[in-house]
Structures are given as C-alpha cells and as structure tokens.
Design a protein around this ligand. Structure first.
Ligand code: ADP
Ligand code: MG
Length: 660
C-alpha cells in the first residue's frame, strides 16, 4: 500500500519519510524505534548538582517568555513539586505558554542546577507520571523528528489492520501476540513485559522467514544433480605456474576443493571464506577457467559497479584469449542489448557484473558456474535467484566477513566451506594506531612520510555534509584541511555515495593510476577495492563503526609487501578500538565485535545483505534463532501441503527457489 493512502499525510511529510527510506505503508509501520526511553520520576532526596532529573509538580507561576529572535526563545516559570519550589528554564517552547496555567500538573525532564535551584528542561509533559513511561525513539532527520514520526505511525496504525503471517500453531506454541497488536505495542509501549513479548513476536517472525528460506535452499540442493565436467588437473596446474605470484597453500587447497566439486557429480554450493586481502579473486578466476575449459559459461557477480569493473579489468588481463564481458546496470541500453545477445548466443565465456546479471531478461546459453563476491552484501533471495539461472549451475560464494563458527553453521549451514587462513607471502600485518583529534599533527606527519615515499593514502570520513546536530568530520571539511596540508605536494581526490557511478569510477581509476595520492572518501570504498600502492588509511570518527567494518576498511591497505598503517582517529570508545591494534585476524575481530555489540555491525557498514533484520540480532536473539530454525525445518517437512493457507510465507520462500 502506498503512503498516499494514509489519511492526513501531506506531500511534504511523505517526501521526508521517503528520505528516511520509508516508501510504503509497510515500511512505515515496520519503521521500529531504535531504542526506548524510560521516563520515571527521579528520587529527589538524593539529588546532586548536575543530575538528570524527571520531576512532577504544579505550575506555581505564569511563564515569562523572552524572544531572542524569530526562532529562538527562552521561557521561565516556577514549579511546585510538593516538597519545594524550583525554577524551570526551557528553550524554544514558547508555544506551550498558553497551556501552562497556574496549578497545571506537569512533568519536567531536564538537568538540575543546585546552586541556582533551577532545572534546565529538555522536555515538558502534561500530567504527572504514576508509573514509568516508555517512549519510542526513532531514527529521525533534521526535517522530521522522532515525535512526529511516532505520531504518523500511530495514525497509520489506526487506519489499517495488519494480518498475521506466522502460522497459528506457532503463535500458540510461544504465546506470541497477533502481529497487529505486536506492532502497535512496539510503537506504543505501555508496559515493559508486553513490549518484550511484542518485540519477540516480531523478531521471531523475521528469523522464521529467514530460516525458512535457508532451509528451503538446503532441501532444494539435495535434489539437484551437478554437471560432471571433464577437465585434466594438469591444465590448471600449468595455468597456476604461469601466474606472477606463487599461490598460498590455502589458495591451492581451495582450488582443489572447487576442482573436485566442478568435476564431481554433486552440485557445488560452496562458501569461500577468507580475510580481506587473502586473495580470493584469483581463485574465482581459476574456477571460471576450469568451468570454461569444460565448455560452460561462467558468471561473477559483485555488489558494486566499481568492484565489478575492477574484476573485469583483471580478468581480461588474465584471459586475453577468452571472451570476457561486463554487464552492469549503468551500461547504455545498446551496450546492454549487445551484451545480452552475446550471453544468449553463448559467445560470452565469462560474464562479470553487478546484480544486473540475475535480472530476468538475461538469458544464458549454458551457464555452468555462478560466483558471487562479497556474498554477505547480497540477500538470501539472490542466493536463490542465481541458482535458478542455469539448469543446475554450480555456485561459489565468496565472503571476507568471517563469522564465528556456531553462527556460520546456522546461517550458512546449507553450504560447504573453504577457508583461506593465511595471507600471501611477504605481507606485513597492518600497523594500527588509535589517535585522538588532539594528536592530528602526528597523523599529518605520518601521512607526509608516506607521500614522500610515493605511496598513496585513503582518508575516510563517516558523513558527507556538515550536520549542525552532530559535529562530525565530513569530507568537504577534510578536503579543505588536507589541501592546506598537502595540496602543494600531491593530488587529492574525493569520493562519496552521492556521486554518480561514473564519477566514482573515474576517481577510483585515477587513484589506481596514482594520479591521485590522497583519496578522501566515505565508506563507498569499503568493498574489495585493490590498490597495492596504498599503504595508509586514516579513519576519522572511527568510533562510529563496528570493529568488523573497520577491519574491512583496514583491509584496503597491506595489499603488497610494503609496510602499511591504519590510523583510527577517535575521541570516544578508544578502548574498544584498541582491539584492532592488537590483532589483524578477521576472525578474532569478529568474535570481539560479537561480544561487544551483537551482530548489527558484523556485516560491515551497509544495511543490506543476508541478515538485514529490522529488529532481530543473530547474537542477542540467538535462542530465538535456534527455535526459528527448528520450527522452520518442521514447517517445511509437515506443512508444505497447506502452504496455500500461508500465502505470505509461500511468496517469501518462492523468492529463493521456484516451488513449481
Ligand atoms: P580479497 O580476498 O580481499 O578479495 P584479492 O583477491 O583482492 O583479496 O587479493 C588482494 C591482492 O593480493 C591482489 O592484488 C592480488 O593480486 C594479490 N594476491 C593474491 N594472491 C596472491 C599470492 N598468492 N601472492 C601474492 N599476491 C597475491
Ligand atoms: Mg575481494
């Protein structure tokens, strides 16, 4: 349902909601609070200067308002809380004046200044609080605040009824709520216990659907028969010998695993896990080569245009005699048409691209192998779509995101796993330092040293534009500062998510060619970029990232035998960041991340991918996940006949495999 169907929602507000990623009514009602604020009266007997305070009382004196200008104002009045009288100061709430009559019961939330017997209030609520209030807090923007979002959601919830999607049996088994009620409570909690039940109901549903998809993929797999290729291993060995570097032991083992799969009867469904920089790309190329020698087409899918084109460039260099083509969303229509024709006629041997590769109108002549790079960036739905492209193509997933074993078994339980644990020879671990903003001079000095040695540097900033609310480094300000420091001795480029793909690629290409020495960027460079001459990465406000995300960013350097450095600049959470100074092992980092923050961050910065849950968290809700796993297996075993009853579930599963 469209947002325009909600009564009372204007065009401007709709636009603001769209900017928050809320496009449909479903998006709106599933825009859950990211936290809840508990408001209860403060024990005033132990009050100290500077304490946060929530206090109820009656208005003792009529408010005075002072206007600084059209927008800024200050209101003062006195509050009688039954034991004593305090002064209240609140800014920019002059509009409340008419409601604050003498003896009006209100609750004031703010900070207590003992010396002046004054509370500087951040909020005023009408009425007294008898039991704790739970207030939802939403991710908001400057244009639309959390309270307004709450209001809109509640108005929408009053206009619609949400149907249950979980099977009745399961709702009864756990005494879950009806979905409609659960969603209402999640947005409008009154009691803690009910809120927990509501959230568990909703989390469980996410996990159940997710596990259904995974388990469905698993059962589908058992039925498949693979393509048994005949390719002599000598040919592969010869090819490997001619490579400019010697493959590591783990790389060879992975290639052998894949070779066995590709030449065996069973259909391959393998995850290649290896830390950033461990050399997964070459393995994918060799796999494509094995597949090609047997006469099949192969496809390699990457999550971004930049990465796809990087793979394409490398691939044509490696296989000058094969017909390698690039297919991405941004090709011109004519080019797309040509590419599709080559694919359909079987003239394209290796096809590299973004998810354009799996769009419906791409028809492969004889697709034998499909590889996805940075698998965790893709959804579980795409896992299915890819499989359905050829008759029974073999599948290789690659991921740099190491997840702890127990979780891997649950989430990737349908796959065989090859791991690359050692880095290519000669690699030195990236030296990592945590620095505060005060130490910026040291950092600039370290940068200067790298530039003098003709090395390149990444500088990362979390935001694009200056926001007045949270003062974060942003790339434009950084660019200005970097220009001042280094503008005379080197070229500086910037890149961010709001730039057009083509612009991004041009900048990236210049960086690769060493025409730019310092690349200032948001996290768009995070995925897979390979510029061995870049030896330093400086990450501002690094506390804003999870450790795994930082580890991935750090993986942009240390890609040659040059010594590399990663500098994490932060004034906060430096202890957490110290973990990265002690280890370069992605598995250890992810374990720590799990311990500290749950799974939310483990898959890096972007919000998409396999485990893109709105509420659930695979670590914190692991028990729920295990239940969902078991239930989903039973459901698939026993209830497939009455799947008709569960149209929603049917639709969800069919996104991963063709049921018919
Ligand atoms: P990732 O596993 O993160 O995708 P890449 O495949 O991009 O890593 O490899 C990182 C860099 O290491 C590339 O420049 C690649 O050519 C190089 N490389 C891969 N394997 C080896 C090896 N065995 N010895 C030396 N360099 C290697
Ligand atoms: Mg890679």
């Amino acid at each position: 349902m469209e947002l325009t169907n909600i009564k009372g929602l204007g065009l401007t507000t709709t636009k603001y909601l769209n900017e928050l990623g809320i496009k449909t009514v479903q998006d709106l009602v599933e825009y859950y609070p990211f936290r809840y604020e508990i408001i209860e009266n403060t024990d005033i007997n132990n009050l100290k200067d500077g304490d946060k305070i929530t206090i109820g009382g009656l208005v003792e004196s009529l408010p005075n308002v002072f206007h600084f200008n059209r927008k800024l104002n200050k209101m003062t009045f006195r509050l009688n809380n039954g034991s004593f009288i305090t002064n209240i100061v609140i800014f920019n709430r002059a509009f409340l004046k008419s409601k604050l009559n003498i003896q009006t019961p209100i609750t004031v939330i703010g900070k207590y200044d003992q010396k002046h017997n004054t509370i500087t209030a951040s909020d005023i609520k009408f009425g007294l609080i008898n039991k704790p209030l739970i207030e939802p807090v939403y991710h908001s923007s400057f244009k639309i605040n959390s309270a307004k979002i709450s209001k809109i959601i509640n108005s929408a919830l009053n206009q619609i009824t949400i149907q249950n999607t979980l099977p009745e049996k399961i709702i009864q088994k756990y005494n879950f709520m009806d979905k409609n009620e659960a969603i209402k409570i999640a947005h409008n909690p009154k009691e803690k216990n009910k809120l927990i039940l509501a959230l568990n109901t909703l989390k469980y549903e996410e996990l159940f659907i997710f596990m259904l998809k995974i388990n469905n993929l698993k059962t589908a797999k058992k039925k498949d028969n693979g393509l048994a290729r005949k390719v002599p291993y000598d040919k592969i060995e010869n090819f490997i010998e001619k490579l400019p570097f010697k493959l590591t032991k783990d790389q060879i083992t992975a290639i052998q695993d894949i070779y066995d799969d590709l030449t065996g009867n069973k259909r391959m469904n393998r995850l290649l896990q290896g830390d950033v920089g461990s050399g997964k790309t070459i393995i994918s190329f060799i796999s494509l080569y094995i597949n090609y020698l047997a006469g099949y087409q192969g496809a390699l899918m990457a999550p971004t245009e930049i990465l796809a084109s990087q793979h394409y460039q490398n691939c044509i260099k490696l296989f000058p005699n094969l017909n390698v083509i690039l297919l991405t969303g941004k090709l011109k229509n004519k080019e797309k048409k040509e590419a599709k024709a080559l694919i359909e006629e079987g003239k394209a041997n290796i096809i590299i691209g973004t998810h354009a590769l799996i769009s419906e109108d791409v028809k492969y002549k004889n697709l034998g192998l499909v590889i996805t790079d940075e698998q965790h960036r893709f959804g579980v739905n795409q896992r299915g779509n890819l499989k359905n492209k050829g008759k029974t193509p073999d599948i290789l997933y690659m991921s740099a995101t190491p997840i702890p074993r127990t979780y891997a078994l649950t989430l990737y339980g349908d796959m065989d796993i090859s791991s690359i644990k050692t880095m290519p020879g000669g690699r030195k671990p990236v030296k990592t330092y945590v620095k505060t903003n005060k130490e910026i001079k040291d950092v600039l000095y370290m940068m200067l040293k790298q530039i003098k040695e003709h090395h390149q540097i990444y500088v990362i900033a979390p935001l694009i534009e200056q926001s007045d609310k949270i003062d974060l480094e942003n790339i434009y300000k950084l660019e200005e500062n970097m220009q001042k420091a280094f503008g005379k001795i080197c070229k500086i480029g910037i890149m961010h998510g709001k730039m057009k793909d083509q612009e991004k690629e041009e900048i990236m290409e210049k960086f690769k060619q060493n025409q730019i020495q310092i690349l200032i960027s948001t996290t768009v460079i995070e995925v897979g970029i390979d510029v061995p001459n870049a030896t330093m990465i400086v990450i501002f406000d690094s506390y804003r990232f999870g450790l795994s995300a930082l580890h991935q960013l750090r993986g942009r350097v240390g890609r040659s035998n040059l010594e590399s450095t990663c500098i994490l600049i932060s004034d906060k959470e430096t202890k957490r960041l110290e973990v990265l100074t002690k280890t370069n092992d992605g598995f250890k980092v992810s374990e720590e991340d799990f311990k500290l923050r749950g799974s939310g961050d483990i898959f890096g910065i972007r919000q998409s991918g396999d485990m893109n849950f709105k509420l659930a968290d695979i670590k914190n809700d692991y028990d729920l996940l295990l239940k969902a796993k078991e239930d989903s297996i039973n459901f698939l075993k026993n209830s497939k006949e009455d799947l008709e009853k569960y149209q929603y579930i049917k639709k969800q599963i069919s996104q991963t495999t063709n049921l018919d």
